[in-house]
Design a protein around this ligand. Structure first.
Ligand SMILES: NC(=O)c1ccc[n+]([C@@H]2O[C@H](COP(=O)([O-])OP(=O)(O)OC[C@H]3O[C@@H](n4cnc5c(N)ncnc54)[C@H](O)[C@@H]3O)[C@@H](O)[C@H]2O)c1
Length: 376
């Protein structure tokens, strides 16, 4: 067994999923690697100490450079607020580490390009955490598109709707600040949707968008007695022309009352279509013209299981007992650790992360200028 030593920077909301995936992917897939959770970095010594104990890391530090430069770390996993990604990832790459960085890659295409350049220069494996590519149903949909089962792709609509951001009492954390997040719902949720646009349909050619903010001020931490200005979108709606001629639509809002984690898409081909909603994680809905016109044709529901992508990693190998959010990260980390162990490449890379940052900026410009914007 090859042992891969891992460092994790940031131990907030999504870090638990990373720690579990890092610890369990080798067991679930029965592979020739195992991880050692070596070092965890947090913002203060107290946070670092308590998080490393909670998540099972051997050492802790409040100086992330000790982690990115440690001989005890081969893979640096970055799960900090987005404005911190670039310096941390670049330092890790410059010190010979493989890097997994959460999405969106950065707050701007300028910073994302710096990260991409550093990744290229280092020659190290690099990955951006668009984990939803690795849900079995999404991966199956990609296979169906590539095999031509759906015929020529005509149009694609994708939305990512949640409702927590509609709560005006939520404090003004980094997610609501342009400088730290790069955008609002568009960066937080829309970046995933834009990645799926690219993953399933190809490069984005131009966009025409509009954005709204519903809550202009939020309570300032720590006690909320003062209020601060929000300067990001709560919702973004966007038309897309793909470079290959596919027509698309991307919508996102974190103020979508009643929608909990509705990452939904429908890809329409000349011979068939596929529909997915993350709120029904293990279902892919498919329609095929091949079934003829008997009056009994319609969308079928496929339950993901052992026969589908990543099926060998399922804990209980029965269709419908499949995988959830956590396993999208298990599968992502498994692919990365396998490439580190056996060689080969892995995606989405920092190049893909940069493309999403470019799309985010084009959408923001389009909304500002009220016109179509081409992606260069
Ligand atoms: N792929 C997904 O499904 C998914 C889900 C949620 C968040 N994310 C992404 O993950 C990243 C983190 O999001 P989150 O929700 O966990 O944020 P969070 O605010 O809950 O956690 C961020 C953590 O980083 C720590 N931190 C801040 N400065 C630091 C420093 N200098 N050194 C070390 N740690 C520091 C904070 O103390 C905090 O614990 C973001 O880029 C976000 O977009 C991805």
């Amino acid at each position: 067994l090859k042992e891969i030593k891992v460092g994790l920077i940031g131990a907030g909301q999504v870090a638990k999923a990373h720690a579990v995936a890092l610890a369990s992917s080798g067991v679930l897939f029965g592979t020739n690697y195992r991880t050692s959770l070596s070092v965890l970095a947090e913002a203060t010594p107290e946070l670092a100490k308590s998080a490393s104990a909670r998540l099972g890391f051997l050492e802790s530090t409040s100086d992330w450079k000790q982690l990115t430069r440690s001989d005890n770390v081969e893979l640096v996993d970055i799960v900090t607020p987005t404005h911190l990604h670039s310096d941390q990832a670049i330092d890790a790459l410059e010190h010979g580490k493989t890097v997994l960085c959460e999405k969106p890659l950065s707050t701007s295409s300028r910073e994302a390009r710096r990260m991409y350049d550093a990744a290229r220069k280092s020659g190290k494996l690099n990955m951006v955490g668009f984990n939803y590519r690795r849900l079995p149903a999404v991966a199956l949909c990609k296979k169906m598109i590539e095999s031509g089962e759906l015929g020529k792709i005509l149009h694609f609509r994708c939305s990512f709707m949640e409702d927590w951001g509609g709560n005006p009492d939520l404090p003004l954390t980094w997610r609501f600040q342009l400088e730290k997040a790069g955008a609002g719902a568009l960066a937080d949720l829309g970046s995933h949707a834009l990645d799926l646009c690219r993953f399933l349909c190809g490069d984005i050619g131009s966009v025409c968008a509009t954005q709204a903010r519903y809550i202009d001020e939020r309570p300032l931490p720590p006690d909320g007695r003062r209020r601060g200005k929000v300067d990001v979108d709560d919702a973004t709606m966007c038309l897309i022309e793909f470079k290959n001629g596919v027509l698309g639509r991307m919508e996102t809002s974190w103020a979508s009352t009643g929608r909990r984690v509705a990452l939904e898409f429908e890809v329409t081909g000349a011979e068939g279509s596929a529909h997915y909603n993350l709120e029904q994680t293990n279902e892919l809905h498919v329609f095929s013209k091949m079934s003829g016109a008997s009056g009994m044709e319609g969308y079928r529901t496929l339950l993901m299981g052992p026969l589908h992508p990543y099926g060998t990693g399922i804990v209980f190998p029965a269709p419908g007992c499949g995988m959830g959010y956590e396993e999208s990260l298990v599968n992502e980390i498994h692919d990365l650790l396998s490439a580190m162990t056996d060689g080969g490449t892995v995606s989405p890379t920092f190049y893909d992360g940069l493309q999403v940052n470019l799309a985010i900026e084009a959408i923001q410009r389009s909304a500002r200028e009220e016109s179509w914007v081409d992606l260069t």
